[in-house]
Design a protein. Sequence first.
Lengths: 251, 343, 400
Amino acid sequence: MGILEVKDVNKRFGGLQALGDVNLSVAENTVHAIIGPNGAGKSTLLNCLVGKLIPDTGSVMFAGQSVLGRKPYEINQMGISRVFQTPEIFGDLSVLENMMIPVLAKRDGAFKLRAIENVQDEGELLAEAEQMLDEVKMLDKRHMHAASMSRGDKRRLEMAMCLIQRPKLLLLDEPTAGMARADTNNTIALLKEIKEKRDITMCIIEHDMHVVFSLADRITVLAQGTPLVEDTPERIKGHPKVKEAYLGEAA
Amino acid sequence: MDQFIVQVLNGLDKGSAYALIALGLTLIFGTLGVVNFAHGALFMLGAFCAVIFSRLISLSHEIVDETRTDFLGNPMTVDVPYMHDIFGPELGASIIDWAVPLAILFSIPVMIGVGFAMERGLIKHFYKRPHADQILVTFGLAIVLQEIIKAFFGANPIQTPAPEAFTGSFDFGVWLGYDPLTIMYPYWRLVYFFFAAVVIGAVFAFLQFTTFGMVVRAGMADRETVGLLGIDIDKRFTLMFAMAACVAGLAGVMYAPIVAPNYHMGMDFLVLSFVVVVVGGMGSLPGAVFAGFLLGILESFASMPAVVDLLPGINQIVIYLVAIIILLTRPRGLMGRKGVMEE
Amino acid sequence: MLGIKGKDLSVFLLVAMLALLAPFLLNPFPVDSAMAQFNAGYPDLMQRFVIFGIFAIGFNILFGLTGYLSFGHAAFLGVGSYAAIWMMKLVSLNIIPGIIMAIIFAALFSVVVGYISLRRSGIYFSILTLAFAQMSYALAYSVLTPITGGETGLQIKPGDDPLLSNLAEGEIGRANLFGLEMGDSAILRAGGWEFTMNVGYYVCALVMLVAFYLAIRIFRSPFGMMLRAVKSNQQRMNYTGLNSRPYTLAAFVISGMYAGLAGGLMVAMDTQVGPERMFWTASGEVVLMTILGGAGTLIGPVLGAGFIKYMENIVSKINSTVLHEWFAFLPDGMEDFLVTIFYPFVGKGWHLTLGLMFMAVVIFLPGGLVEGGQRIASIFRRGKKSGAGDESAKQETPAE
């Protein structure tokens, strides 16, 4: 049993079958990549995992519990964090405050009215946030206005915000989309480091084969809403069905 | 049934005003992305165009009339409007009588000028600012405009009658086969409704059939792309704003005989017109018109004695109540497009 | 001190000083001088300063932190006022129960309005709150007349005999705090100056300081940070395991309670209430105050409320005679000319000045008076720095 089990998931938008009988099993502490051409249903699948969309049929189980019908914040509290295609951070807040919010959410849950306590008195949490910032080499930027940072820094901050919650599963939605090669390589390096240092399962949706083959332990190829093959990177390379899906060649 | 028709008719004129103001608001919002809280003030300015125009053409000078004498036997001085001198007494008198409809011609250039000045001088600088800022600055402008009017015309409403030909009521009932006097409808309100229908039709035709309109509609759908096509969208949007101001002004001019113009009438209408826009769906022109009439008529139904007896106070709150229900059940309003004003 | 430190503490102490010394600070001119009309140190006006200050501080917790622009907050003020006057008519002339009930009722009402309105955001939220406030106004004006007194409103009348206050036959009750009457004042005379120290004002000022102190704590608390997160990025918030709805609702209710408190205090000071207190222009006024002072800043709303109420009272008092006096030193023609120019902006034309001022702030100073102050301060600082010598200035330029 994997930590994430997707069974027979279907999703239609009007006449369009976005996902058809998707089955997916992500093993714990692995990096699992989902690839596929445009319109293959990658983003729809991801949105079904985080509670943004509810599949028409099928089940999505995370660590033995169903995620269906739960709100995004409940799913996060179960231990799933998400990195967006364009970094989603709290632009109006300082970098350190950006880190404080996820730790507070981890400790206090989805809502807790702590209106009289002072954030500055949260010594432990502050130390934790600073340590995490140090780990992603952003400690010197902790008082910066988050919106004023470069895109690469925003990406790193977003990942740090996810990691500080110690999620069991980290979902990454095209984490290198629109990045220059150098930034992409930095991100790959960062993700590799995370993979080595932590007990974490990652599920990456990605276009860039370079990223996928540098990181993934297993790859699922999605085409027209259905998984074509699932295998190790070595065997996916040159797999006839994959070629067909991407190039439209007759096999 | 006759009661039903009476209420529908009663709702039409207010509904027409809501629809016209809401139409302009939506045009401005849809094209420029600006929430214009000064739009009610434009309606009010229109109504005062009628006042100013009727005062202008009633300007008169004194002459001594030898044929008439006062009680002391002296010749009497009488006021003679210049219009009588220019067009002769009869035509002159009817021109003065027809001041309100004629004021339309006066108001169009005035309102276009006002709209132009407003957009170039103020609104232009707020395209990229948050909606809250737009609301606030136009709210400030609305206060300024209404205070200026108050300074010149005082706080009291100014009666501005319709032409004599339109006083009295039209017996709708007879026309539809009811007994006489069951369904009476003032002529002027009928005129107002048809006038509103024509203006609304003209705006839609303009947007539908002219190149300009096409660009504006495209801009409403996707401003950035249209900008990328190398079309100078800003210039057109300025004209669009002037046009929306003009529509609000026209709504005001013709409304003057229905409600005597006063300086705060714009604010009274603004709040309701905003509710209308939101109910119709932000950015949807047909929605604005439809919701305008719908809410006008609903308000009139809620004012029926039978309804008020059953639910006291419902006439005062029905529009807001409907707005709340619609916003909760249909977040985008009746005909709203996806993605408008949803952050 | 008190769990706040640094800059916050100095801001709090500054406001406390201003509030406590207001009767002196606002009466800088001797009674007989020509400038005496610019004295603002009379109880009625000072009470309004701090009461509207409370209203704006509360509004700022919602608007300044979460960015949700409510156009219906006057409804909570009105509900609080009605609750308070009924307590004073029926239960006790002591203002404490009245104010407590005002807060409770405003809280209950804001839970309902907030729960529904917060299902939408942006302009839809503004319109929903506006709709609720207008409905409350219309109902208070008409159907609810038995409870609200309709157009004339409610006031304490000779026949009112509150349970806990022993009134003599026919005596009209007066609001008090454990026997201390709100209307009582001590007048201090020194030379040509006169200072009125009013009980009601000091009660309001103390309440305002408590309210301001709590607002500071909220701003610096985890809750306050969450509210800023709501304003900044709700999507990220939801994917960080936080439910933004209860946070915004809590902010909405807290600001509604501040409004209720302000409404209760208004009744405590001036024992009457009418429905116009709930009209949407009243909601607009608190928005103006907050923005003018500086939304999202601590001291902004207090400054904005004080500024608007001060200007309203002072500017609206200037009439043509006063203007003529001012310009009397000029030649007649010039004098008349200047009077004609200024006249529309003063007296009854005060709203025109307000509107212009408001536009000017939104256009040039989106951060309000606080931003204006900061800009001026930074000009001074820069002035000092350049005076210190060119060398340090050179060193500060970044290497790249």
